[in-house]
Write a protein that binds this ligand. Sequence first.
Ligand code: APR
Ligand code: MG
Length: 234
Amino acid sequence: MSGRSAHRPDSADFSQEMESGQLSRVEALACLDCEHACHVMLYCDTKAQLFGRIPIRHIILMQMRFDGLLGFPGGFVNPLTETLEEGLSRELLEELGVALPISIEEHVASCHAPSSSPSSAPLITHFYGKKMEEEQIKELETAAVSTAIDHGQEVLGMVRVPVYSMKGGGGFPSFLSHSFIGRARSQLVDSLLHFNLITPDQLQEALTHSMKIHTHSSKDLQAALTLTEKKGKC
Ligand code: APR
Ligand code: MG
């Protein structure tokens, strides 16, 4: 969080670029009046099986954020005082308890994020993917609850993404139907394809199932609201 810049935009200059969304790393860094945030997908392969029969295949780390949304570890960086990767490592120290080194080669994409309010500076989000060993991922999970200063504050807990699908939609389809910060859901699905962690067919099936779950959740919420309103009138 400490990397947040105080600059404010000449927003008209950015409106055209914002429509297309994605931009190169060089174009992104040329925008000195933009806010910059870096996030990373940390992942590994695993031979572990759920219930001794469902291959887990990959461990992918996300986090439950302070705002109740799912997101990736990382945060605001200040390219005037640090490189994007240094800033991301600093954020990882706060959120995971380890200043994990991140290299330029691990950069996946930079995008304009939708503006949260007309008065706020345009935000560019930079996304990275880092493959690790299973033991290293487990050590990070331990550090995240024992040494990370943000634990219980800005980060409510690290979570693993279930990339397997179970009968009835459990696993990945259910996970995808939760609420995510910014572009985090797209970053997750794009990265799974980019790193060949899932096939396009598996992804399409999971997303289709996820939309059905989402519709069901919406009806569930409506029923809870109706019940609450009735109780309020008693
Ligand atoms: N994709 C796109 N945008 C994202 C993503 C994502 N995956 N994750 C986060 N963002 C956006 C959010 O809008 C967020 O406000 O980037 C911004 C910075 O990311 P965070 O991880 O939330 O930043 P961090 O530095 O860790 O700390 C956030 O700063 O502005 C305050 O209220 C905020 O207290 C919070 C803190
Ligand atoms: Mg953060």
